[in-house]
Write a protein that binds this ligand. Structure first.
Ligand code: GLV
Length: 308
């Protein structure tokens, strides 16, 4: 039996070392040089090519290297019977929460404007946006969303949340699926952390932007496909939105001629909001590898019909 890594743009040697430190007997294969396809029962994937997962006849389970699994759910080469899991570690939650707090502070304190002003040698102070004009609305209140909501609340922000099934989280007003417009009417800074499913694709559109409380700002750390890109540009150009901070894009890397690059009000980060730490991640992956061999339920097992 072996465990296969297919993560072309991650340092797979570091992951291999982290896994072997926990269990030196593990047989680990790193794609594309796979010596024995028949022995592979468990795969770990991130940005994997679409046509490879059908080539392992004894594959029982696949883990995403991160929290998102849309790359696995949309892979038609992956047999239906293969079980799926995600990795959500404490540091992944902390990184995301800190990224979001930082994005909120950058927006409130006009940091992107000051970066531009410095380039021009131009001195002009701007009043920080008051906290009472910064109610934060989080779409998606899973483990990642809840940790982020808690950090933002601790920093004195009014936080509201929206999720498919209504949650109860201390200090946060939670709205259910059918209460979306009430949630949006409370929200100045909208954070999208939703899983990408047929129902959530394109959810961040002009119609939604118009329902937000003014001044309104968007942070997308979900998936690029949640956002209708041209609607965002239109929303910013017509002042329906003050700006946006985006970590994820329909096409990654973001093409060099993309309109987002020359919009000063759009902050761009290259999908770095939360990156799984190999030492922490190896623990979950190893545990799930062992569970898959014994037929036990996996940690953070994905329900395919739900999409997460
Ligand atoms: C990051 O995008 C993740 O899914 O963990």
């Amino acid at each position: 039996m072996s465990l296969l890594f297919i993560a072309p743009n991650r340092d797979t040697e570091v992951w291999k070392k982290a896994l072997l430190e926990k269990d030196s007997n593990l047989d680990i294969e790193i794609w594309p040089k796979v010596e024995n396809k028949e022995r592979v029962t468990f795969a770990v994937c991130w940005n994997h090519p679409k046509n490879v997962l059908g080539n392992y006849p004894n594959l029982q389970a696949v883990s995403s290297l991160g929290a998102g699994v849309n790359h696995l759910l949309t892979d038609v080469a992956l047999p239906e019977k293969v079980r799926l899991s995600r990795v959500v570690t404490p540091s992944l939650k902390n990184q995301l929460a800190e990224y979001l707090l930082n994005s909120v502070l950058n927006y409130r304190n006009h940091i992107p404007r000051y970066v531009d002003q410095k380039r021009e040698g131009y001195w002009a102070p701007h009043a920080a946006i008051p906290k009472n004009e910064c109610t934060i609305g989080i779409m998606g209140l899973g483990e990642m969303g809840t940790a982020s909501a808690q950090l933002l609340t601790l920093n004195g922000y009014n936080v509201v949340g929206w999720s498919k099934s209504k949650k109860e989280i201390a200090g946060i007003t939670c709205y259910s699926k059918s209460e979306r417009d009430d949630f949006l009417a409370q929200t100045n800074i909208l954070i999208c952390l939703l899983p990408l499913t047929e129902k959530t694709e394109g959810i961040l559109d002009l119609e939604l932007f118009k329902k937000l409380k003014k001044p309104a700002y968007i942070i997308n750390a979900g998936r690029g496909e949640h956002l209708i890109e041209e609607d965002l540009i239109y929303g910013i150009d017509t002042n329906a939105l003050e700006g946006a901070c985006l970590d994820v894009f329909e096409e990654e890397p973001l093409p060099s001629n993309h309109l987002f690059w020359n919009r000063p009000k759009i902050m761009i980060t290259p999908h770095i909001a939360a990156i799984t730490d190999p030492v922490e991640g190896a623990e979950v992956i190893l545990e799930n590898y062992k569970r898959s061999l014994s037929g036990m339920a996996l940690i953070n097992e994905v329900i395919r019909e739900e999409g997460y």
